[in-house]
Write a protein that binds this ligand. Structure first.
Ligand code: XMP
Length: 601
């Protein structure tokens, strides 16, 4: 079959590009950015992915220059675009303004890769460098203010895009990619059934005559992985373990138990380890420290169960439902930066991986593909379409604090922010806590900004622009939230709080209201994921804590847009949550990913 080679230069993008190529029905294969040209003979086209580095740094990843002589079409994206241009003599420099988010591109030549596009197209950017002077033989085919957004060498069939064609926010991204695949003469016969068949054969080969011990969470990924392993190996050779960490949703243990039993997974065992998790997390507040403890505990519990069952490690592999975004965010590919440590990528797991003791049948897939595999395997819709829920559960949605933390000169920064917000009749308050974000492929740990004032009369498009500009302009913040109930903050006080059962119970109550709301208004599919977050802050001198609502639209979690909820529904939901005893304020997150991540930690 004729495949497209995707060269991985780090960041989050190579697998997303490969996923997009598959979505168009073509075959793709990922290679490290430094792969020698001779390994790429026979591929129909080559795509250079984005990446976090700068091409002019001497130690940044470069590709074999002979790749340019293979005689096949090449498309460079973001870092890949800069690299392609740089290798042919272009000047690449820091951009006059770092760009993160949506922008309008003027299409100068609606032909070839841009066939069928309109004069202006919405594209998505995330970059700090840009191509200043074109290499010989190139022309600009798309422009954004001050940037060569797209360049082409038509005689060679080489194209460079500063914007990310592969993310859903680039409105006609798939059309542009399809045009490129057409120029390559790609074969469009790829199907998800091919993947299932290949993966079943691969599982049988990797596992040999051993068995698999699999941690299941009741979520989509681990259930689909479990089903695939069972299909490949038969039920007797797969042992499922469900651990109650104490950070599950309200009544989730019983629900998962019933659901998995109904699906016919007979070999499933449940263990309540909540006390152990709470004990180990006493006094912890740093998100990465929390994540590491939780990840390590999963392994300890799994080891204890294995010891109890007297499983011989030489006869068992550990199965995980890891999907691609988990790997990439942990910095798990060669050139990627670490955003957050996912529970299934802690160092001990990485050690086991090196020893060949881990099996992850979905590791190359994105959520949309996992769901398709789940449907093909006959899992019910309600299971396949459950919202993703992180392994560490509510623990990463329950922020902890041991002291107040403001950025330097925060009153001065707030004054500047208020001057920016004045035309919109809004004001801002920087919160004295931090949350995780991602910008230009790197992790950030910065402050949220709470907007107050005419938020309910401001439309979401304007709020989106305001939030994007604020985060681009003020390095102290990486998230913007709306203050809904009450609508004004006079005082804010940080509470010294850690992960405790009473806080998790409070969060479970708020989260359960959100789940009911989703069902009642049939929004489970339209909203991709809806984290409910508890902040250890009391507002206006009242005791208690705050809740942030974080519904997002996404396709694969690598990028996401905040969900534009109907104002009436939003007010109703906030009111219900505000009425829960112990809640002093409710906020609504209007940050896209990037610059904010979906979860707050
Ligand atoms: P972020 O917050 O990085 O999340 O935008 C992307 C997606 O990953 C989920 N997530 C996790 N899933 N273990 C998981 O299985 C984890 O440790 C973890 N952390 C985040 C998150 O819910 C979202 O869908």
């Amino acid at each position: 079959m004729d495949k497209i080679a995707v060269l991985d230069f780090g960041g989050q993008y190579a697998h997303l590009i490969a996923n997009r190529v598959r979505r168009l029905g073509a075959y793709s294969e990922i290679f490290d950015g430094e792969t020698p040209a001779e390994k790429l003979h026979g591929y129909k086209g080559i795509i250079f992915s984005g990446g976090p580095q700068s091409v002019y740094e001497h130690d940044s990843v470069k590709c074999d220059p002979k790749i340019l002589e293979l005689g096949v079409p090449i498309l460079g994206i973001c870092y890949g675009h800069q690299l392609l241009a740089f290798m042919q003599g272009a000047k690449v420099e820091p951009a006059h303004m770092r760009e993160f988010g949506l922008t309008e591109m003027k299409v100068l030549k609606a032909e070839g890769v841009f066939k069928g596009l309109g004069p202006n197209e919405t594209v998505w950017m995330s970059h700090g460098d840009s191509v200043k002077q074109l290499p010989p033989g190139y022309e600009v085919i798309g422009e954004t203010p001050g940037e060569h957004a797209a360049i082409a060498n038509f005689s060679k069939n080489f194209y460079g895009f500063q914007f990310h064609v592969e993310v859903v926010h680039t409105v006609h991204g798939q059309k542009i990619l399809k045009n490129f695949l057409d120029l390559c003469g790609a074969d469009f016969s790829w199907k998800i059934d091919d993947y299932i068949a290949q993966e079943i054969a691969a599982i049988q080969k990797t596992v040999g005559d051993k068995k698999v011990f699999m941690m299941v969470s009741g979520g989509v990924d681990s259930t689909v992985a479990f089903a695939l392993l069972e299909k490949a190996l038969g039920p007797d050779r797969v042992y499922g373990l469900f651990v109650d960490t104490g950070f599950l949703r309200l009544n989730e243990r019983e629900q998962v138990k019933t659901a998995l039993k109904d699906l016919g997974f007979a070999n499933l065992h449940i263990r309540d380890e909540s006390k152990r998790y709470f004990d180990s997390l006493q006094g912890k507040y740093d998100p990465e420290a929390k994540r590491k403890i939780i990840g390590d505990l999963f392994l300890e519990v799994q080891q204890d169960v294995a010891d109890d069952l007297k499983l011989n490690p030489d006869e068992w592999l550990l199965g995980q439902g890891t999907i691609y975004p988990d790997t990439i965010e942990t910095g798990g590919t060669r050139h990627a930066a670490k955003i957050k440590t996912h529970h299934n990528r802690v160092p001990q797991i990485e050690e086991l991986m090196k020893k060949g003791r881990i099996i992850e049948p979905l590791a190359q897939l994105y959520k949309d593909e996992v769901r398709e595999v789940g449907e093909k395997l006959g899992l019910p819709q309600a299971m396949v379409w459950r919202h993703p829920f992180p392994g560490p559960g509510l623990a990463v949605r329950c922020l902890c604090a041991h002291e107040e933390k403001y950025p330097e000169h925060h009153t001065l920064v707030e004054k500047k922010i208020d001057a920016f917000l004045k035309p919109y009749k809004l004001t801002g308050k920087i919160l004295p806590i931090q949350s995780v974000g991602v910008q230009g492929d790197y992790r950030t740990y910065r402050h949220p900004l709470a907007l107050m004032g005419a938020v309910e009369t401001c439309d979401f498009d304007t709020l989106d622009k305001i939030a994007t500009r604020l985060v681009n302009q003020f390095k102290e913040i990486n998230r913007v939230i709306l203050t809904i109930a009450p609508n004004k903050i006079d005082t804010l006080k940080v509470q010294t709080k850690y992960l405790t059962p009473d806080r998790i119970q409070l969060l479970q109550k708020a989260d359960a209201k959100v789940s009911e709301f989703l069902v009642k208004h049939h929004l489970q599919r339209e909203i991709w994921q809806f984290p409910t977050v508890l902040l250890p802050l009391s507002v206006n001198r009242e005791s208690g804590e705050c809740v942030v609502l974080r519904p997002v639209s996404s396709e694969e979690a690598m990028t996401a847009s905040f969900y534009r909820m109907d104002q009436k529904l939003l007010q109703d939901l906030c009111k219900q949550i505000f009425e829960i005893p112990g809640i002093t304020a409710v906020f609504y997150d209007v940050t896209n990913k990037p610059p904010g991540t979906i979860e707050w930690e």
